[in-house]
Unconditional design. Structure first.
Length: 454
């Protein structure tokens, strides 16, 4: 660093200094200074600051750089809140308050290093029994959420000129370990649906298992989303019901185009473009939906099909807690043991679609996933029987010399209806549309034969 570099002891620490060009406006001498517990540490910190100066023409002034906690408070209120969905903002806010600030919030953002992110991960996943109150270990998914929040916040710190680069880019993100979710078989789903005597919940379970619709999409379903396309009944998913508790209307970003329903319930578009989708449904499901809507006299096209029916909240939107109670009762009534949650119905739907031979791309479109990897790796649960049948199919191909195996696996009438619905749409389309649709579903370009004999 030439003769412009000096290092000396200052009390119990070492101070390193490097003289740069004079101030062009005043001609005053200027120095970059850094401290360290040892001479080597002071030199290393100074070398990093000089490197930053040579690359950017400026260097962070540690006296004016906020701590991570200070920056996160400012970032949440001024930058994140106006551009995020209220539910996403609430998640960020919770992660910062419960995990990031207690773990590494006192560190200045220009001093953040990989070791601090490792400290944060340990703080979250290891817990601390000796803390007051004791801190329980949290999941690797929580650590990953904290990492993503930090990465976004520090990206904005770079844009604001507070730091030269994002320190997250110099560290490894937490590895997420996904726990397997208990998933009902199609046969169990059929038992649960058949045992349900309540008309609304019977329909709700059919929608969950046969279409894989998310809870908010089912709660937010309106008559206007049930349409006939190319002669086939479909659900056009355009919105979902979200609850924004404790959020003022003026705090909901305009880009959401949210429609207030009642209380803290709003209808908002799906989170991603892939969430906006068309789901063909069977004639029997369509008929049941139509009959149910007819029973609700005066139901308007933009009103919720499914609402609460008792007490003071009659007519109000359904809630997660209400469905969980009905779900538990339905499981018990059907004699199904095990711990299953309503969201697992999406997993059952994805698995059934795979068992019926629906292609990855088709399942991705129906499920509303942005990537087929999500459908395959998280939502599809294939067992030994599936692998054995696939092997048998290959053997049949070799032995019989047939172009494709018979679609003979039977996993319940409702799911067979779904495949039949897709196949039956083909005659309604032009030849070009047929080819695209057949390729999407994995159906050969020749005559379509739906083999229902198992």
């Amino acid at each position: 660093m030439s003769n412009r570099f000096t290092v000396y002891k200052d009390g119990g620490q070492y101070r390193a200094s490097f003289e740069i060009e004079p101030d062009p406006a005043t001609g005053d001498r200027r120095f970059i200074k850094r401290r360290g517990r040892t001479k080597t540490e002071a030199r290393e910190r100074l070398a990093e600051a000089v490197k930053e100066y040579e690359a950017t023409g400026h260097v962070s002034d540690s006296r004016n750089v906020p701590t991570l906690g200070e920056w996160l408070d400012q970032w949440l209120e001024d930058i994140a809140k106006p551009r995020l969905r209220p539910s996403t903002f609430a998640t960020y806010q919770s992660v910062v308050k419960a995990n990031v600030k207690p773990a590494i919030g006192a560190v200045k953002i220009d001093a953040l290093a990989p070791k601090h992110f490792r400290m944060l991960e340990r703080y979250i996943t290891k817990g601390d029994k000796s803390a007051t109150p004791p801190r329980k270990p949290k999941s690797s998914a929580t650590a990953s959420s904290a990492w993503r929040t930090l990465h976004a916040a520090l990206d904005d710190a770079v844009k604001e000129g507070l730091i030269a680069s994002n320190p997250c880019d110099r560290a490894d993100s937490p590895r997420v370990i996904y726990n397997s979710r208990s998933t009902m078989t199609p046969a169990q789903a059929g038992r649960m649906i058949a045992a349900e005597e309540d008309a609304m919940w019977h329909l709700m379970w059919r929608l969950a298992f046969e279409t894989g619709m998310r809870q908010g999409e089912r709660f937010g379903l309106t008559p206007s989303e049930i349409r006939t396309i190319d002669g086939r009944p479909c659900i056009v998913v355009e919105q979902q019901l979200k609850t924004y508790a404790g959020v003022d209307v003026e705090d909901i970003p305009a880009f959401l185009n949210a429609r207030h329903v009642s209380g803290s319930a709003y209808l908002v578009p799906p989170k991603t473009n892939s969430g906006r989708r068309v789901i063909p449904i069977s004639e029997s499901l369509h008929n049941e939906l139509t009959a149910y809507m007819s029973g609700r006299r005066g139901l308007k096209p933009d009103e919720l099909i499914f609402v609460q029916r008792k007490g003071k909240a009659k007519g109000a939107p359904l809630t997660r807690m209400i469905e969980e109670r009905a779900w538990s009762a339905a499981l018990e009534h059907a004699g199904i043991e095990g711990h299953y949650v309503p969201h697992s119905a999406r997993h059952t739907a994805a698995t059934a679609m795979a068992q019926l031979g629906m292609t990855d791309n088709a399942r991705k479109l129906v499920m509303g996933h942005s990537s087929a990897d999500v459908t395959n790796n998280i939502y599809t649960h294939l067992g030994v029987e599936d692998i054995a049948q696939a092997s048998s199919g290959v053997s049949d191909l070799i032995e019989r010399g047939v172009a494709q195996p018979s679609a003979s696996k039977q996993v319940g009438d409702s799911f067979q209806d779904l495949v039949g619905t897709f196949a039956a749409m083909l005659p309604q389309l032009s030849e070009d549309q047929k080819n695209v649709f057949r390729a999407m579903l994995g159906i050969p370009l020749g005559p379509v034969v739906v083999d229902s004999a198992a």
